[in-house]
Design a protein around this ligand. Structure first.
Ligand SMILES: CC(C)(COP(=O)(O)OP(=O)(O)OC[C@H]1O[C@@H](n2cnc3c(N)ncnc32)[C@H](O)[C@@H]1OP(=O)(O)O)[C@@H](O)C(=O)NCCC(=O)NCCS
Length: 123
């Protein structure tokens, strides 16, 4: 298993198209980014086709707003035979500020699969 990367898997500016009518970013947008970030981290660990089998313990700590720069930091916390458990911290900071805060965290399990969609060893 590789050590955690020293850069985020994803970094993105939150656009108005991601908001609810109150101007906050939809939780589902953050969940989608978490899923993508886990896929990036899984690929960094070992090259396979992966599927998401579980998203556990998702906690939304703080709201995210339009213009925030959101960074998703991943670390693989467990390696099974065909699965990787990946923890994702989502940090956000307003565009003109260094005041970065953890807004969401989650643990996602990705499974490596073959062309028949059968689970295969990661390593
Ligand atoms: C992932 C999938 C291939 C696993 O198939 P399966 O028949 O359960 O295969 P296995 O029993 O061999 O399990 C494979 C691994 O998944 C893990 N796993 C299965 N269900 C799990 C769950 N609910 N939570 C965490 N891990 C799970 C197993 O522990 C195993 O890990 P290991 O090999 O590291 O020990 C199958 O469940 C699947 O295709 N699911 C749909 C995934 C998908 O399409 N995701 C996107 C949804 S839009």
């Amino acid at each position: 298993m590789k050590e955690p990367s020293n850069e985020p898997a994803i970094r993105l500016v939150m656009q108005p198209k991601f908001t609810n009518p109150d101007g906050d970013i939809f939780g589902g947008v953050i969940l989608s980014m978490i899923d993508e970030a886990a896929a990036v981290e899984a690929q960094r660990q070992a090259h396979h086709r992966y599927v998401t089998v579980a998203m556990d313990s998702i906690q939304f700590h703080l709201p995210v707003h339009v213009g925030d720069i959101v960074s998703l930091w991943c670390r693989t916390v467990e390696v099974g035979r065909s699965s990787l458990k990946i923890h994702i911290d989502v940090l956000a900071h307003p565009r003109c500020s260094d005041d970065e805060k953890k807004v969401t965290e989650a643990t996602v399990t990705m499974v490596a699969i073959d062309e028949q969609r059968r689970a295969v060893p990661v390593f």
